[in-house]
Ligand binder design. Structure first.
Ligand SMILES: Cc1cc2nc3c(=O)[nH]c(=O)nc-3n(C[C@H](O)[C@H](O)[C@H](O)COP(=O)(O)OP(=O)(O)OC[C@H]3O[C@@H](n4cnc5c(N)ncnc54)[C@H](O)[C@@H]3O)c2cc1C
Length: 407
């Protein structure tokens, strides 16, 4: 992936940003007559899926996605800074998010880093164009944080591996063409990590069954996935048999933001403190807009300051000159923990500001702004759990950044 070895001039940067803004204004789809999901983890029906796939495909065809991925596999072969500008402009205009989040942000970068030439040629372009959606089969009913203990079995049989077991909380399982899957190939290995292997499993394999799971928001979006003698091609193995833990760690580094190389674009709706201020304007306190309450204003300013710090932290994480050698991953790693916890607090605050309207949910005609904050509040827990819970993130920061001993 091309990094910023040759920074572009401020003039070129501004010119490019203007071009992107103009393209987005011309091409952003109009709001549909159905409710869109807030993140890639809540795709609930075919209409949402088609709308978001179509948008991602258009962005890719315009050259605005995977801009820093190698051109020979379908990327743009450009310095990362161009993609960062596009992603920022998309956020600014609150463009719909990129649906193929798992493909773009963790499966794709992992294949580019560790996949074979044939795998790169086979998968990368269709990740970018949203022709093939990806899901992730890591968590199991009994093994979530303790991923190294995964018990789903993979047994080599000729040109195939036969998979048996179950994965859970599989986001987008019912729409995915492929799953990044960790399974145990050697139950007798000297330690639990050595017995794991990593696959790019085709989801249309006979023996794979998907059962949708409903969230507290009322939406579907993830599922439990069952494997019953599901026979997947052996050439979907990434790395060597028994090296799956290393590959899974590479995925998690992308997922937790500790490594860069994602294709770009936002993978969730962009909600900011500006939206919070609007809500304060519309919410009433003793008959007056909450925005006029000095205690509310103080908290709003705190949120704005924190948001600015998070943005600067992300920028810093992308500038090689500002990173501490050996700890280059620090700002991005902190960003996942701080960003997800920030969103959770902000959504809770937005709901609490609404007083008597706070308990009203999305289909209630009296709900403020269609209940968007109530939905956001419940959804905001997802990011503090998926990709490693906040507690696990704190453990990693304690152990790897601060050098504290294992808890
Ligand atoms: C919306 C959503 C989408 C998801 N999508 C996917 C997906 O697509 N694919 C996938 O594979 N998984 C997915 N997950 C699953 C997610 O990765 C797991 O839920 C997460 O890793 C936690 O695992 P668990 O649920 O088994 O909880 P557990 O591991 O059982 O943890 C329970 C509690 O104990 C705490 N805990 C556990 N171990 C420690 C420790 N060592 N130190 C301190 N505290 C600890 C945790 O922080 C948590 O609070 C998704 C989850 C959500 C919420």
């Amino acid at each position: 992936m091309s990094q910023d070895k040759q920074p572009i001039s401020t003039e070129e940067r501004d010119k490019f940003a203007q071009k992107v803004r103009a393209w987005l204004k011309r091409n952003m789809p109009s709001k549909p007559d159905f409710r869109l999901p807030l993140t890639f983890m809540e795709i609930d029906n075919q209409a949402q899926f088609d709308y978001l796939c179509d948008w991602q495909c258009r962005v890719y065809e315009a050259g605005y996605l995977g801009m820093s991925w190698p051109a020979e596999y379908g990327g743009g072969g450009l310095p990362q800074v161009y993609q960062d500008i596009v992603t920022r402009e998309m956020a600014r205009l609150q463009a719909p998010f990129m649906i193929n989040a798992i493909g773009l942000s963790w499966a794709g970068p992992t294949i580019l880093k560790l996949g074979t030439e044939a795998q790169k040629k086979r998968y990368i372009k269709k990740i970018l164009s949203a022709e093939e959606i990806w899901c992730q089969g890591f968590s199991e009913p009994e093994n979530g944080s303790d991923l190294g203990n995964a018990q789903t079995r993979a047994v080599r049989d000729g040109d195939s591996y036969v998979i048996n077991g179950s994965k859970i909380w599989t986001s987008q399982a019912e729409y995915a063409a492929h799953m990044i899957l960790i399974a145990r190939t050697d139950p007798e290995a000297p330690n639990k990590y050595a017995g794991l292997s990593f696959f790019l499993a085709p989801m249309d394999t006979p023996g794979i069954e998907i059962r949708r799971i409903r969230k507290m928001t009322g939406e579907y979006g993830f599922a439990q996935t069952f494997f019953d003698d599901a026979r997947i091609p052996a050439d979907t193995l990434v790395g060597e048999e028994g090296q799956g833990w290393n590959v899974a760690m590479a995925v998690l580094a992308f997922e937790r933001g500790a490594a860069l190389g994602q294709a770009g674009g936002n993978i969730m709706s962009v909600i900011t403190s500006r939206d919070l201020v609007e809500t304060a304007r519309k919410s009433l306190r003793d008959g007056r807009p909450a925005l006029e309450d000095v205690r509310i204003r103080e908290q709003l300013v705190q949120f704005m300051i924190e948001e600015r710090c998070l943005r600067l932290g992300r920028q810093r994480g992308r500038d090689q000159r500002l990173l501490t050698p050996g700890r280059e991953f620090a700002p991005m790693l902190l960003g996942k923990l701080q960003g997800s916890e920030y969103m959770r607090r902000m959504a809770a605050f937005a709901v609490s500001m609404q007083g008597g309207q706070a308990p009203l949910y999305v289909d209630d005609p009296m709900a403020l702004d269609g209940g968007v904050w109530q939905r956001q509040h419940m959804n905001s827990y997802s990011a503090t759990i998926g990709g490693g819970t906040s507690e696990i993130q704190r453990n990693i920061i304690g152990e790897r950044l601060l050098g504290l001993g294992k808890g």
